[in-house]
Design a protein around this ligand. Structure first.
Ligand code: NI
Length: 226
């Protein structure tokens, strides 16, 4: 289940990120990659302990907190660290699957990665190539979104980033441990919640809304892990 969440960052927030990216403090992105991913990863990253990375992490986390669609799709329990990456010309990230567990810097908490996320800071017009390609049972999906938009997909998916052939691709990537571990259950809850929201908008007094909403919450109660 891939979900496109538009407008997570405001244009002002995108501008704040881009300004912070005008730094020579980028390091090799392999510092946070697992063994297999390190061989595949060719990009730059803001050091996680840099004050600017911490400030931008707070900005992104607050923006996610405002997004109803992100909450509905991911049902977040814990976030990993937020990584800020830059792909310059020729850089890419070959096929890999993300690490199953990540340790949060600071808290030392281990989180299971259920949902992978890429938040686009660069606009598609800023670079050529650099598509995120996610494989699932339905095939291969190429993703390149406007600045401020987010894509989320199951962390079990093999994916890659094609080489950038011009300009620079800047993104924020992070992982979420969901309250709902199983992707099929998460997907069912997403469909149900979206349907309830649509019904509520078109028929706000529909008598079935109460029971549909009760079913949603009672399924969530059955399945949630905290
Ligand atoms: Ni990845």
């Amino acid at each position: 289940m891939m979900v496109h969440v538009p407008g997570v960052l405001t244009p002002e927030e995108v501008g704040r990120c881009r300004k912070a990216f005008e730094t020579d403090g980028w390091v090799d992105g392999r510092v946070t990659a697992g063994h297999q991913a390190a061989k595949a990863k060719r990009n730059l990253q803001l050091p996680e302990d840099a004050p600017v990375a911490r400030e931008l992490s707070q900005l992104v986390e607050a923006a996610l907190g405002r997004s109803q669609l992100f909450f509905t799709a991911v049902l977040p329990l814990h976030f990993s660290q937020f990584l800020f990456n830059r792909y310059e010309e020729t850089m890419n990230f070959a096929a890999h699957v993300d690490n199953a567990v990540r340790t949060q810097p600071g808290t030392g908490r281990r989180i299971r990665t259920d949902v992978s996320a890429t938040l686009f800071i660069a606009d598609p017009a800023d670079y050529e190539g650099g598509e995120l390609v996610v494989e699932d049972v339905y095939g291969s999906h190429e993703v390149k979104l406007p600045a401020g938009d987010l894509i989320v997909y199951p962390s079990t998916s093999v994916h890659h980033v094609t080489p950038v052939t011009g300009g620079a691709r800047s993104v924020c990537v992070f992982w979420t441990q969901s309250m709902i571990r199983d992707v099929t259950q998460r997907s069912l809850l997403f469909d149900l919640d979206m349907s309830i929201q649509q019904l509520g908008a078109s028929h706000p007094d529909h008598p079935s809304l109460v029971m549909f909403t009760a079913c949603y919450h009672n399924l969530l109660r059955q399945w949630t892990e905290t």
